[in-house]
Design a protein. Structure first.
Length: 94
């Protein structure tokens, strides 16, 4: 699935993309210039939302107003997504 965020990002905006199953993978780092990217659904069994959220938080620039958008079926098979989301919110000042 190919996506091009160029049309929705403003000048100071940065977009990072992480895809995940039991292992999160960086598809696009926040510092990359806007452009198309492709998602490659993994064949790995499992869904570790918590690891994906922690990786997203680690990739975000420290001076950024962090916003995370999670798209998932919500069937978490490993980790603790609620704890990871609370941790990310507290680090972002939310």
């Amino acid at each position: 699935m190919e996506r091009n965020p160029k049309s929705v990002l403003g000048n100071p905006d940065a977009l990072g993309v992480i895809e995940f199953d039991s292992t999160p993978r960086v598809v696009r780092s926040p510092g990359e210039p806007p452009g198309a990217f492709s998602l490659q659904p993994g064949a790995d069994a499992g869904t570790d939302i918590a690891r994906a959220l922690r990786l997203a938080r680690a990739l975000a620039p420290s001076d950024a107003a962090l916003r995370l958008v999670l798209i998932s079926d919500g069937n978490e098979t490993a980790g603790d997504a609620r704890a990871a989301a609370s941790e990310a919110a507290s680090l972002a000042g939310g």
